[in-house]
Design a protein around this ligand. Structure first.
Ligand SMILES: Cc1cc2nc3c(=O)[nH]c(=O)nc-3n(C[C@H](O)[C@H](O)[C@H](O)COP(=O)(O)OP(=O)(O)OC[C@H]3O[C@@H](n4cnc5c(N)ncnc54)[C@H](O)[C@@H]3O)c2cc1C
Ligand code: FES
Ligand code: FES
Length: 1333
């Protein structure tokens, strides 16, 4: 084998253009290369770990043997560029652009309203595009599998799925339209003035024309044909990549470098390199070794090459399973079951079978099956070949049972099963798709022929220990036993003893995991019994249908639904876009990757990159900070600390850079500025900080109560005579409920660029912020200069949800100090892990309640105390608790109500604003109380809700008058649309027929108040300028966060100026064009800025009026020109003073909200009592949107917020160590809803509009309201759990904590299996994680 000492040239193509890289660095991944080296910024960074799909691109390869080209999607963040030799990469820029032709996928996702902030869009586009390259008419199953690896935090997925579905043959009809009718039926065509169900015109879509796609580069075909067996070597700064061409060379290399890893998919190794900072001097790539890709099919079984990707394995197994009798393919079927949900498709397309097996991940989905299936590993080295059993010893990492360092796994033999052999696989994960299992299992039993006597039994569990673990001892003891209930009982007890977990086991959920292990055994028992019975119906006992439901896993289903809204008046001019479902202004640019986000901007000469060093202690004194080693690291320009801050080091109690003390893990202590982010990050690790722990360490709300550690005083509201009312109540219920926090998980992480302009201390700040003026203020204060030197620009924000209100100000100031000190432009982009660690999120809450009620369900009195975990600094926490109290009553009139709230000060990162701002927490407590009253009175919850709801014009707890007519209308319409009573009956019937699966249905009303309780927060300004060619530039004080504010502002300007939208442009939000803005939030962005834009336009029209009157038949351009000639100013500032909104907390009174948004949602779910999994079957939402300015945007907000709410209440769980260290720092551990988590049927309708004199054009702000309606899913789950508990004779649980995760559901459905597991005693040793509220 000859190897040059020089680096070989790396050759691949990107979008049809050849790339020759002479110095390819093996540590550089494709995402970095695309974005930073060849400046294709359409592909986005969302997590860096293969979990979010934002970086999806397509790779194509030519196989010279089969002469076929394969196309597959990959997560560019995990693809080493060195693996691309000979490949063609297609990015979102390569498939279409506004300059050439927009690809049908791009067009449909944009026009179908599948983009909001647009940050996930290029990844979505590329996933769908790749699917279509392989399957131009994809099936619904293929679409769902394809999108499972892509996350979107804004849209709620429905429109994205629909865009993809439009390519599927089944899309010719919507199949149901909610009423069992097709939307394409003639009679469904929308009449003017009628209810409309069309948000876009499918007829406008261009057809898919595969002949227009980029061809595979012929040069790469030639390269593949001529592929010599030479060794390729790429040498980087720290790592050398060697890619041999033959097996012999590979084996020799492995002998020469036994500790060098073999990289195929890089999905395991890549994570170690990225997140654990592991670096390898040598990496060997066996991707060109043909022997690793061979598939042999014999009558004993299949031998699969170790290099095959998991997708290839899945396809091979599917093919075999379709041809061979089922009894022989039990292992293959078990593998296939998991291969559908294991990771996302981008990962499965590259992850290799060999890499999967050799990584021996403790939660590997395939190894437990391969292990019980007696598979054999065929390995080779220069010494020869060997067969190693893939068994429990191998999986436990026993050296004698494992590969030697110089050995290579060539293939894996997977046997066919015999007649009396049964194999099953089980897994339960926090999310159905793209989530590592909490626990999984492979189970296999062999019976003596024609009997149910066990002759062999093996069980392997993943997710229980540090490796896959075996229940071997138990299995051995069960040999010879009959497959009956007695055996099952004994097996459960034995496994409980054998498969143990310590209280402090990493991953937590100890009791749940143990219960799952036993519950899976029960499923296996039933599954095998069912198969035995099918073979010999007379010999085996009947299994009740009531039990058998449990064997059906929830399917991966394609969501579908309807959206309805009022059509515009037939008299409205066509040019006038108000009320029409206009596509997001940036939709096409999102879809083509042309939309520029902060980190997409070009790097300036001398620009430096910032990486921060954060505190590893929750509460400690900084004894010393030694940055000398960091300063001496390659590329480092400076290390910035609190000493370098020229002005104020933060605000109130929140320091920018920690000075003498740290108050949470994740607090910024110092920052390293270097010539690249990699250098800055490497150096940051070398900063040495010595801490001395300080007391007390306060992590939880309970800790804060103990130490009386609070932010601000207690806030209180009271009405009626609470004490007296309790005395008159028939019953009183007391309790508490806990609601966990929530990570914003905006897809674009916090990003800022600071560019010093070189004179007069001027600086340009390009920032992803909801509040540009606050960022400007913070930077100016930090630098000690007037605000007029700081210009903040916000072009667009890749999702914010409240998380980019205050935090960007701090982060921009941190960067500004670095720019000030170094004199260089600074780019400060948080990696996902740092973002989640540093920036906080929604406040976790403890609600204590005492409710007095009559036996008919009427609530007479309630005394509620809320405690939120504010973290270590005030931020917006006091406002959040105020909102929670003000809005707590939700839709209910509780005549005697006392609500009190406190912000707990803890040693956690400071929590902050989040969509709904306290309402989703406060109203959740109220709904819990109402549900508890219903349960206590044995009444249907909807009846108790109706009984206590506001029905006539009344006053809220803060004495604001309002009319609940639309609340009642929403409730009634939702009842009707959802066929609530019929479905409730069906749910009850289902529950009677099923023991292990239960359904629940719940309907929840909502009274949501928009706005801030301060008048000045509602002011807004705009600048509208008309140029002499007639084009119009609009600037306003709101920020485009994906919520479509810019689209709406263009619609407003278009109506007011009576010109088509195409004349109007909106560039960016900047503190120069519109000063002193307020944060874009509280659902008022479009309301208040719309008024300002309207005002500016009306001023301009007033000025143009005389000219128009003089020349009524003139054109817009002529009028504008004439105005210029007459020296009439064509620029106007518009202003809106805001709504009167002030709260007097002393009196507990205030007319604080301009108006209310009402709504109702009905959700139905099914739960699996054995695993805790649930399926969202259907949701109907009715929202009082009034005269929507843009129904597509507003329905998008409702759906997106609902799905975010569904995440809050049922999925998303932040985990903290007892020392306040956040474990969940990325999508790997923190699961937001993915495409299969949304309701299978999802209907949204806007209530027939009524006047709303407060807001522009009688519209309503709908940005946040939908969030709380996600709780309908929670309460449906609670109903299902209640049904299960009732059947089992268990006492009701009055208050279920949120989120209702699989763990919570499973443990609430107590049964013989949960009873087998002893409760862990958290007092005897520290648990791995603790709840912080
Ligand atoms: C986002 C994400 C989600 C995931 N979700 C799941 C999931 O839900 N369930 C699950 O089970 N897994 C999951 N995984 C893990 C995934 O299955 C494994 O990372 C993958 O299969 C490893 O294959 P690879 O080719 O990428 O390995 P690599 O990272 O390339 O290599 C891994 C290891 O295997 C060794 N190796 C590779 N091939 C050979 C060989 N032929 N001979 C000897 N040694 C070899 C390497 O030296 C290295 O040590 C997920 C991974 C990611 C990134
Ligand atoms: S950035 Fe690559 S998957 Fe998230
Ligand atoms: S549009 Fe999908 S993340 Fe914003």
């Amino acid at each position: 084998m000859s190897r040059s000492m020089e680096s070989d040239e790396l050759i691949f193509f990107v979008n049809g253009k050849k790339v020759t890289e002479k110095n390819a660095d093996p540590e550089v991944n494709l995402l970095f290369y695309l974005r930073k080296v060849i400046r294709l910024t359409g592909t986005k960074y969302g997590c860096g770990g293969g979990d979010c799909g934002a970086c999806t691109v397509m790779i194509s390869r030519y196989d010279p043997i089969s002469k076929k080209i394969s196309h597959f999607s990959v997560a560019a963040c995990l693809v080493p560029i060195c693996s691309l030799h000979g490949a063609a990469v297609t990015t979102v820029e390569g498939i279409g652009s506004t300059k050439t032709r927009v690809h049908p996928v791009q067009e449909r996702i944009a026009k179908g309203h599948g983009t909001q902030c647009g940050f996930c869009t290029p990844g979505m586009v590329m996933s769908i595009y790749t699917l279509l390259r392989n399957h131009p008419e994809p099936s619904t199953e293929q679409i769902i599998e394809t999108l499972g690896g892509n996350l979107c935090r804004c849209t709620g997925y429905r429109p994205i799925v629909e865009s993809a579905k439009s390519f599927s043959p089944s899309s010719a009809c919507c199949q149901m339209n909610g009423k069992g009718k097709c939307c394409l039926d003639e009679e469904e065509k929308n009449e003017p003035n009628s209810i409309c169900t069309k948000l876009y015109e499918k007829e406008e879509f261009q057809p898919l024309d595969p002949t227009q796609e980029l061809i595979f580069p012929p040069e790469l075909m030639r390269m593949a044909e001529d592929s010599q067996n030479t060794v390729l070597t790429f040498r980087g700064e720290r790592t050398t990549w060697i890619a041999p061409g033959t097996l012999n060379d590979l084996l020799e290399l492995k002998t020469e470098y036994p500790s060098a890893p073999l990289v195929i998919g890089n999905t395991c190794l890549g994570l170690d390199m990225k997140f654990k900072d592991v670096s390898y001097p040598i990496i060997i790539s066996p991707a060109r070794i043909l022997e690793l890709f061979v598939v042999t099919n014999t009558k004993e079984g299949l031998t699969l090459g170790a290099g095959l990707s998991l997708t290839q394995v899945k396809n091979i197994l599917s093919d075999v399973v379709s041809r061979i009798p089922k009894e022989k393919t039990q292992i293959y079927c078990a593998l296939l079951k998991h291969l559908r949900t294991l990771a996302g498709q981008q990962i499965r397309n590259v992850a290799s079978l060999g890499g999967h097996i050799i990584s021996r991940l403790p939660t590997s989905d395939l190894n437990p099956i391969l292990g019980v299936g007696n598979c054999i590993l065929n390995v080779a080295s220069t010494e020869g070949t060997q067969q190693i059993p893939l068994n429990d010893h191998f999986l436990a990492g026993v050296p004698d049972a494992s590969l030697k360092p110089e050995q290579v796994l060539i293939s894996v033999f997977v046997p066919l099963t015999r007649k009396w052999e049964f194999v099953s696989a089980f897994r339960q994960a926090p999310r159905q798709q793209n989530a590592f299992a909490t626990v999984n299992a492979g189970m296999r039993v062999v019976f003596k022929e024609d009997t149910s006597t066990i002759t062999d039994l093996s069980i392997l569990y993943g997710g229980i220990g540090e490796t896959v673990v075996s229940a071997n001892k138990s299995c051995q003891q069960l040999i010879g036993r009959h497959w009956d209930e007695e055996m099952l009982d004994d097996a459960g007890k034995m496994i409980r003893e054998e498969v143990s977990l310590l209280t402090a086991a990493p991953g937590g959920m100890v009791e749940y995991r143990k219960t799952l292990a036993i519950s899976f055994l029960f499923k296996f028992y039933l599954d095998v019994l069912k198969q035995l019975k099918m073979r010999d119906p007379r010999r085996y006992p009947d299994i009740s249908q009531k039990l058998l439901h449990i064997l059906e896993d929830f399917p991966l289903t394609m969501p579908q639904g309807t959206q309805s809204f009022k059509d515009v008046d037939s008299q409205q001019p066509l040019q006038d876009p108000i009320g029409r479902p206009i596509m997001h202004q940036s939709g096409i640019k999102h879809a083509t990757g042309e939309a520029v986000f902060c980190d997409d901007m070009s790097v300036l000469a001398g620009e430096l990159f910032l990486a921060v060093v954060t505190s590893s202690k929750p509460h400690a004194k900084i004894i010393s900070l030694d940055a000398s080693e960091a300063l001496a690291s390659p590329g480092v320009v400076d290390v910035i600390t609190a000493q370098d801050v020229p002005g104020d080091n933060g605000r109130e109690e929140e320091s920018l850079y920690a000075q003498d003390e740290v108050t949470c893990v994740g607090q910024i202590v110092c920052a390293v500025a270097a010539d690249s982010y990699a250098h800055a990050k490497q150096a940051a690790k070398k900063v040495k900080i010595v801490y001395q722990d300080l007391e007390p360490m306060i992590v939880t709300v309970q800790d804060a109560l103990q130490y009386e550690s609070f932010i601000g005083p207690e806030k209180k509201l009271e009405q009626g005579n609470v004490q007296l009312a309790f005395q008159c109540a028939d019953q009183i219920l007391e309790g508490e409920v806990h609601l966990g926090g929530q990570e914003h998980f905006y897809m674009e992480t916090q990003s800022v660029r600071v560019v010093p302009k070189g004179e007069e201390k001027e600086m340009d700040i390009y920032v992803s912020s909801q509040d540009a003026a606050f960022t400007q203020e913070m930077v100016a204060r930090t630098l000690g200069i007037p605000r007029n030197r700081i210009n903040c620009h916000v072009k667009r924000v890749g999702g914010a949800f409240g998380g980019k209100t205050s935090k960007p100000g701090l982060l921009a100031s941190v960067a500004a100090v670095a720019a000030h000190k170094t004199g260089c432009p600074i780019r400060f982009i948080l990696e996902r892990g740092d973002d989640m660690l540093i920036t906080g999120g929604r406040h976790p809450l403890l609600g204590k309640y005492r409710i007095g009620f009559m036996n008919n369900g009427k609530i007479k009195a309630a005394d509620i105390q809320l405690y939120i975990n504010g973290g270590c600094t005030p931020d917006d926490s006091e406002l959040v608790i105020e909102y929670a109290l003000l809005k707590l009553e939700n839709a209910y009139k509780i005549p005697n109500l006392r609500v009190r709230g406190r912000v707990c000060k803890t040693n956690l990162p400071s929590n902050t604003a989040f969509r709904g701002f306290g309402f989703p927490q406060g109203a959740f407590v109220t709904e819990t109380c109402v549900s508890a009253v219903a349960a206590k009175c044995h009444l249907p919850p909807e009846k108790v809700r109706e009984l206590n709801m506001y029905t006539t014009i009344d006053r809220t707890i803060h004495k604001q008058e309002f009319d609940p007519t639309n609340l009642i209308k929403c409730w009634e319409t939702c009842m009707e649309n959802s066929s609530y009573y019929n479905r409730k009956k069906a749910v009850d019937e289902f529950n009677q027929q099923s023991f292990w699966k239960k359904r629940g249905i719940a309907i929840i009303p909502m009274k949501f108040s928009v706005g801030f309780p301060k008048t000045f927060y509602h002011q807004a300004a705009a600048l509208v300028q008309i140029y002499t060619d007639g084009s119009v530039l609009v600037a306003h004080g709101g920020v485009e966060l994906g919520q479509g504010i810019n689209t709406k502002m263009i619609q407003v300007a278009s109506r007011e100026l009576k010109i088509p939208m195409s004349y109007i442009h909106l560039d960016e939000m900047s503190t120069v064009t519109v000063p002193n803005t307020v944060t874009t939030g509280a659902s008022t962005g479009a309301d208040v800025n719309g008024r300002a834009v309207q005002n500016a336009c009306q001023i301009l029209m007033k000025r143009l009026e005389p000219i128009i009157i003089q020349n009524p038949n003139g054109t817009w351009e002529e009028w504008v020109n004439e105005a210029f000639i007459q020296s009439i100013s064509l620029s106007a500032t518009g202003y809106f003073r805001g709504y009167q909104a002030d709260m007097d907390w002393e009196k507990g009174e205030g007319d604080i909200y301009p108006y209310f948004v009402f709504g109702a949602a009905c959700s139905e779910v099914e739960i699996d009592c054995l695993t805790g999994a649930h399926k969202n079957i259907r949701t109907d939402i009715v929202m009082d949107g009034s005269f929507s300015i843009n129904p597509a945007v507003d329905i998008g907000q409702i759906e997106g917020a609902f799905v975010q709410g569904l995440g809050l209440y049922t999925l998303e769980e932040l985990k903290y160590s007892p020392e306040g260290v956040l474990y969940t720092r990325g999508p790997h551990q923190y699961k937001i809803a993915s495409v299969t988590d949304i309701p299978e049927e999802f209907h949204v309708s806007l209530l027939t509009p009524t006047q709303n004199s407060k807001a522009i054009y009688s519209s309503k702000g709908l940005g946040e309201a939908g969030m709380f309606l996600g709780s309908s899913v929670f309460f449906a789950i609670a109903a299902a759990v209640a049904a299960a508990r009732k059947e089992r004779g268990l006492s009701p649980i009055w208050a279920i904590n949120s989120p209702a995760t699989a763990e919570l559901i499973r443990m609430a459905c107590e049964d013989q299996f949960t009873n087998l597991v002893p409760q862990t005693d958290s007092k005897c040793c520290k648990p791995w994680s603790i709840p912080v509220a």
